[in-house]
Design a protein around this ligand. Structure first.
Ligand SMILES: [Zn+2]
Ligand SMILES: [Zn+2]
Length: 238
C-alpha cells in the first residue's frame, strides 16, 4: 500500500490485497473516495489497508467505478454492508452490476459469482468530479467494456491519468469489448496533456513517460488474439 502523491493512495491490487484484485485508489481527505475498490476476495485486506491510512469503511463517501468488472468493483457489495458509500458508474456498465451478470462483469474468469450492486449515480463523459482536493475529469473510454471511463486530474503541475483497463485490458465480446470503439478511446486519451498514468493491473504506481507508453499500447491494440486464455482460477500442468 502506498501513497502515490499527496492525498492519492493505492489501496488495492497486486501485492496489496488479493492477486486477482485490480488496482484501487483512495483520495484521502474529509470526504474520502475510492476509485474502484477491488473484489470480494480482497475486501478484508482492503479494509486493513484503509485502516493503516486512518480510515474505516464507514468513512468512505463514494466509490467511482472505472468500469463494471468483478476484479474492480465486486468488493462494493461488502463495503456496502458497513458503509453508506455511494456507488457511481457509467450508464453502459450499470445493468451488468445491478443484475450480477457473470459474463459482462467478467466474473466467469474467476469462477466467482457477481453480487448484485445497486447503483446510486451515473458518471458521464466530460463531467468534472470533485474528489477530495482535486478535480477529476471523466472521459468515457469504451473498448474493454462499453462503460469504461478514464479519470484525468492535475496535481500541481503533474497531469495524471487513471485508465482502469482501457490500457492493456483484455478483449472479449462476452465482457462487452469493442475493438473499434477502443481505438477511438485511446486516440482521445492521447490528445490529453498528461505526464503519468496508472492502469488497473500490475503494480499500482504512477508510471512515467506515460504518453510514449500509451502510444505503444495504441499500436499493439488488436494485433493478435489468443483463443486459449486460461481463466485465472485454473492452473494447467502436464
Ligand atoms: Zn481488470
Ligand atoms: Zn476489466
Amino acid at each position: 500500500m502506498g501513497r502515490l502523491i499527496e492525498n492519492l493512495y493505492a489501496v488495492a491490487g497486486s501485492g496489496l490485497t488479493h492477486e486477482w484484485d485490480a488496482s484501487a485508489y483512495l483520495v484521502a481527505g474529509d470526504e474520502p473516495v475510492l476509485i474502484d475498490c477491488g473484489s470480494t476476495v480482497g475486501y478484508t485486506k482492503l479494509k486493513a489497508n484503509l485502516q493503516q491510512i486512518g480510515y474505516a469503511p464507514k468513512d468512505i463517501r463514494k466509490v467511482i467505478a472505472t468500469h463494471g468488472h468483478w476484479d474492480h468493483v465486486s468488493g462494493m457489495a461488502l463495503l456496502r454492508e458497513e458503509s453508506d458509500a455511494e456507488f457511481l458508474i457509467h450508464e453502459a456498465d450499470r445493468r451488468q452490476v445491478e443484475s450480477g451478470d457473470t459474463d459482462k462483469t467478467a466474473a466467469f474468469l474467476y469462477n466467482e459469482p457477481f453480487p448484485k450492486i445497486a447503483v446510486d449515480g451515473l458518471i458521464q463523459d466530460g463531467e468534472t468530479l470533485r474528489l477530495g482536493d482535486y478535480d477529476f475529469e471523466v472521459i468515457h473510454t469504451p473498448g474493454h467494456s462499453l462503460g469504461s471511463v478514464s479519470l484525468y486530474t492535475r496535481i500541481h503541475d503533474l497531469g495524471i491519468l487513471i485508465v482502469g483497463d482501457t490500457v492493456w485490458g483484455g478483449f472479449h465480446p462476452r465482457i462487452g469489448s469493442d475493438i473499434d470503439k477502443w481505438e477511438q478511446s485511446l486516440d482521445r486519451l492521447l490528445e490529453l496533456d498528461f505526464d503519468v498514468f496508472t492502469w488497473g493491473h500490475g503494480q499500482p504506481c504512477l508510471i512515467p513517460e506515460a504518453k510514449v507508453r500509451i502510444q505503444e499500447a495504441r499500436r499493439q491494440l488488436g494485433v493478435y488474439f489468443h483463443p486459449w486464455f486460461k481463466p485465472f482460477y485454473r492452473k494447467f500442468t502436464y
